[in-house]
Design a protein. Structure first.
Length: 357
């Protein structure tokens, strides 16, 4: 896309100011991505409480604006609450920890393609960039527990960090299978490799990896039933037990932003991204438009579908014990993904390899 800020600068000042124009245009595109993500996070909290309420025969939020303004009420409440810093805390690290959690969660969206042309940075190693950035989030968890100078927070950060690292290994191995099938680290190329309809999407030939990826995503975001670090009967609120106000809200924002990111990556890597499940809908015209053609509509629908499973799981399953969580990650998922990768490498060298590639 051409830079309209340069044209505006040229019209207003007689010269384009390339560096300044590029910075302003890039900032504008970043805001176009970050602001909707923030709004999606806000309404995801409302949707979660409503869905769980319906499943458990409760009402859910229905007071502030009939429930629709509840996310904004929560935001204002947290903004005006005092940030209490423990006396013995390391104040510098105490404030840096939330930023280390939210920063990578938002920066990862820079390489996410929303349709064949709409992407902030079309990086060839986009998936590697996402893996590298999201792995930094664990440092925010560790710093939050350490800087709080609290035994509860410290134990919570150790448990959360161990869980995140454990399932990140399994998740990385699950993505290796996708890279082998698509032959590219570029997210747009991976989606294009799934063109041709529902039967070409990678969740079918790579079903074990898809299941491992999704469950690992639930565990890595500390979501129920893997939220042992926040088990009220065990350890109060985990690594952020000493945080309040906006500092706590930032951790909350990072968790839900990571949920949306995991759902979006699952849609891009295994569910065909913006591709329609039935290519025939690309030619279906309604009032001169093609609303069901390949595009952002299908990507948003798939993200919505995957996020619903995050909420459904929380409403349905009891919390696991910590030893069960560690055993599932180290003794089940990692050996399973390694075995499937070896199987995939062998089968792709045979005539049956076309089913995967």
């Amino acid at each position: 896309m051409s830079n309209p800020v340069e044209a505006l600068m040229t019209w207003a000042f007689g010269q384009p100011f390339e560096g300044l124009s590029y910075a302003i245009w890039t900032l504008a595109k970043i805001l176009v991505i970050v602001v909707p993500i923030t709004l999606c996070v806000a309404f995801l909290t409302l949707w979660e409480r409503k869905v769980i309420g319906w499943m458990q025969v409760r009402i859910g939020p229905n007071r502030v604006g009939y429930g629709w303004l509840q996310p904004f009420a929560d935001v204002f409440k947290l903004i005006f609450k005092e940030i209490v810093v423990p006396t013995g805390a390391n104040k510098t690290l105490f404030y840096i920890a939330p930023l280390l959690s939210i920063g990578p969660a938002l920066a990862a969206w820079a390489v996410i393609p929303f349709d064949p042309t709409l992407v902030l940075a079309d990086v060839n190693a986009g998936l590697l960039y996402i893996l590298a950035l999201t792995s930094i989030g664990v440092y925010g968890v560790i710093l939050a527990g350490w800087a709080s100078n609290s035994k509860y927070a410290f134990i919570g950060c150790l448990r959360s960090a161990a869980q995140i690292v454990s399932y990140e290994i399994a998740m990385g191995f699950a993505l290796v299978g996708v890279l082998m099938a698509a032959g590219s680290l570029n997210l747009r190329d991976i989606v294009n490799a799934q063109a041709g309809g529902l039967h070409q999407w990678y969740f079918l030939p790579l079903l074990p990896l898809f299941v491992v990826y999704f469950i690992s995503g639930v565990a890595e975001t500390n979501r129920h039933p893997f939220d042992v670090a926040e088990g009220e009967s065990e350890i109060v609120a985990g690594f952020h037990v000493e945080y309040s106000g906006v500092a706590f809200a930032v951790f909350f924002l990072a968790e839900y932003a990571n949920m949306i990111l995991i759902a979006l990556l699952a849609s891009l890597l295994f569910l065909g991204g913006w591709l329609s499940p039935f290519p025939i809908t690309n030619e279906l015209a309604i009032f001169g438009m093609k609303p069901f053609a390949d595009g952002f509509f299908w990507l948003a629908a798939k993200v919505f579908f995957v996020l619903f499973f995050f909420l459904w799981i929380r409403a349905s399953f009891p919390r696991y014990r910590y030893d069960q969580i560690m055993r599932l990650g180290w003794k089940v998922f990692i050996p399973l993904t390694l075995a499937f990768i070896v199987f995939l490498a062998v089968i792709m060298q045979t005539p049956w390899g076309a089913a995967f590639h």
